[in-house]
Design a protein around this ligand. Structure first.
Ligand code: BTN
Length: 271
């Protein structure tokens, strides 16, 4: 009972009135009570460009690098967006997950009053301790990309999947209304994705590269990058390149670019 009061369901008609054509930028939006994974569902054939699927609960939520995304029903926002950015050449599409991070950090920061930054590629860090409050999983399906976003809204400390996680409630957000947060994130995402698409994926011409670097707390940091073969790369994160890869300069001055799909974890280097 307590959760029902703390965690009311999303209002699908209200959401459609703000987000779906002709009033909003999306082609369609559905809210389901429960599914395995919204990314999995939207990857199936038939979804149109700019379609959105939101779940109140996921039983098999997927995270990056084969991890899981676990959260109690209605404790956050769990949704996926299918996009067909046809004018953007494949070589530039690696930036879309980072562009989505720009939208997420901008919208959540503005709507909640909580300091928001990005850990490369697109983990949303919240509050003074910079703990993870949201993540993005991008998956390619032919010519389309599915962007899945999980945002912790009302999660309490005892419910956190790992101690390095957090939620908007824990960080003292001024707004915890999931309908309002979802509209804020999806409108910002539509706006930045439209700019990125209009610039044919050129993040410098569209200004999105500059916005990303301003939000990204990883660039400039000493990092330890876990590679798929079990090895680790240590150095200073110095930039994000034209393909969205993190450029790390090691102690000998050699630069290595690592892509999100090839990295288990990027952590601040210790000692
Ligand atoms: C990460 O940080 O590892 C990415 C987490 C992405 C979770 C979201 S929740 C909605 C969508 N559906 C999924 O199965 N995963 C993404």
């Amino acid at each position: 009972m307590r959760d029902d009061q703390d965690r009311p369901p999303l209002r699908v008609h209200w959401l459609r009135g703000r987000l779906v054509e002709p009033h909003g930028p999306y082609a369609e939006l559905d809210v389901v009570a429960e599914t395995g994974s919204t990314n999995h569902d939207l990857k199936q054939a038939g979804s149109r460009d700019r379609s959105v699927l939101v779940a109140e609960h996921q039983t098999a939520g997927r995270g990056r690098a084969g991890r899981r995304w676990v959260a109690p029903p209605r404790s956050g926002l769990f949704f996926s967006v299918r996009l067909r950015p046809e004018p953007v050449p494949p070589t530039r599409r690696g930036w879309l997950p980072l562009v989505a991070g720009v939208a997420l950090a901008t919208a959540v920061g503005a709507a909640s009053g909580v300091a928001a930054s990005l850990k490369w590629p697109n983990d949303l860090l919240l509050g003074p301790r910079q703990r993870k409050g949201a993540g993005i999983l991008a998956e390619a399906v032919g010519e389309s990309l599915v962007l899945g976003i999980g945002l912790n809204v009302s999660l309490r400390e005892a419910e956190l999947p790992v101690p390095e996680a957090t939620s908007l409630a824990i960080e003292g957000a001024t707004a915890l209304d999931r309908d309002e947060l979802l509209v804020a994130v999806l409108l910002e995402l539509a706006d930045v994705e439209r700019r990125w698409r209009a610039a044919h994926g050129d993040v410098e011409a569209s200004g999105l590269g500059e916005r990303y670097r301003a939000l990204c707390s990883t660039v400039g940091m000493d990092v330890r990058v876990e590679l798929p073969n079990g090895a680790a790369l240590r150095g200073t994160a110095v930039d994000v390149d034209a393909s969205g890869r993190l450029v790390v300069r090691d102690g000998r001055g050699e630069r290595t670019a690592v892509s999100a799909g090839d990295v288990g974890h990027v952590r601040p280097a210790q000692g």
